[in-house]
Design a protein. Structure first.
Length: 110
């Protein structure tokens, strides 16, 4: 069984830079465990997540900001509803004026 790796060793193992690993943690995409002293520890699960993240980006051509937003969308019901409502107006041929009107109605009701 592989021991936990430091941020530098995990970067070397996965091909990400240590700076990028910190960015990924900041945006909640990969969260390593911490030692009592606060050092990051990357275990097998985190290393596999980093490898699968690289493959996901390569396969679908998506950016890290896209993934961070998708994560936020999953965790914020209000944001998800607002985005779904906005997308629905584009899907059903509704105009932006109707969408704005509904938005203002919701604001006034709040």
């Amino acid at each position: 069984m592989q021991e936990s790796l430091t941020v530098g060793a995990a970067a070397a193992e996965t091909g990400w830079s240590a700076r990028m690993l910190r960015y990924l943690e900041e945006h909640g995409l990969v969260t390593p465990r911490r030692t009592p002293a606060g050092y990051r520890q990357y275990g097998l699960a985190e290393l596999n997540r980093l490898r699968s993240l690289r493959e996901l980006r390569r396969r679908f051509g998506i950016e890290l900001a896209d993934l961070a937003f998708a994560r936020r969308l999953r965790r914020d019901p209000e944001l998800r509803r607002a985005v779904e409502a906005w997308l629905a107006t584009a899907d059903d041929g509704g105009s932006w004026v109707e969408w704005e009107q509904r938005k203002h109605e919701r604001l006034l009701a709040a």
